[in-house]
Design a protein around this ligand. Structure first.
Ligand code: OAD
Length: 229
């Protein structure tokens, strides 16, 4: 089991107090994703979009990594062989737990991006829609988040890693959003074993070789202990 690719979603950060999207009381039951998570919504009402992500950034900054984030960092540290975390999460809890090899395919709350010139810089805790870009001065700053209708980041690197993977693990994601939802099939086609760790099995039975159900702060440390034994 040389190369492991781990896909994470909102479920791994749920027990750190950050909301998921599609569960009961999830973010998409309270907000219209077309208004806050699309380029068109941002063009219509930049302040509403900034308010949404400013609130999420404040929540993420006030949250701490949980036992599941910490276990994945331990796995990377203590196991020989490559481990890559591909996260759909925009929080930085994997990094704060000590994981090094992390790709944020949906961007990060920590980043600001100029919609006019593509310059990137660290986001302040509260972004101001009227603040000029430090590079080109255009007042078109946005969070460096991938919205619906935009192309996720690092797709070439992720495809290469899935192609090389011996084990693909999906943790805390509903599998509703592509392209991430298709990674399990890509990894399988390349010959990897597949494992889902989620509160409950997320999709059609049999899609993954193995499913471990339960809260991430129990299931992930147990699985990591099994891997390191
Ligand atoms: P979802 O909210 O769609 O799914 C979260 C999954 O985590 C569900 O399957 C839950 O059952 C599971 N879950 C909840 N609590 C858990 C816990 N304590 N332990 C383990 N699992 C738990 O979130 P994502 O799949 O991450 O994209 O959503 C994918 C993308 O959709 C997000 O990156 C975001 C969203 O729209 C954008 O905004 C572009």
């Amino acid at each position: 089991m040389e190369r492991i690719v781990i896909l994470t979603g909102a479920g791994i950060s749920a027990e750190s107090g950050l909301g998921t999207f599609r569960d009961k009381d999830g973010l998409w039951t309270r907000y219209d994703l077309n208004e806050v998570a699309t380029p068109e919504g941002f063009a219509r009402n930049p302040r509403l979009v900034h308010d949404f992500y400013n609130a999420r950034r404040a929540n993420a900054l006030d949250a701490s990594p949980n036992a599941a984030h910490e276990a994945l960092a331990r796995l990377e540290r203590e196991r020989a062989g490559e481990l890559l975390i591909v996260t759909q999460n925009v929080d930085d809890l994997h990094e704060r737990a000590g994981s090094r090899n992390v790709l944020h395919m949906h961007g990060a709350l920590a980043g600001a991006l100029c919609a006019a010139c593509d310059h990137r810089w660290p986001a302040p805790r509260a972004m101001d829609p009227d603040a000029p870009c430090p590079a080109c001065a255009a007042p078109r700053t946005r969070p460096d988040i991938v919205w619906f209708g935009e192309i996720p980041y690092h797709m070439d690197q992720i495809a290469e890693a899935l192609w090389q993977a011996d084990l693909f693990v999906s943790i805390g994601t509903s599998g509703e959003v592509y392209p991430a939802a298709g990674f399990v099939q890509e990894a399988q086609a390349a010959g990897a074993e597949t494992l889902e760790i989620n509160l409950e099995p997320s999709r059609v039975p049999g899609l993954f070789d193995r499913v471990i159900a339960g809260p991430a702060t129990d299931t992930v440390p147990n699985w990591v202990a099994e891997m390191l034994a």
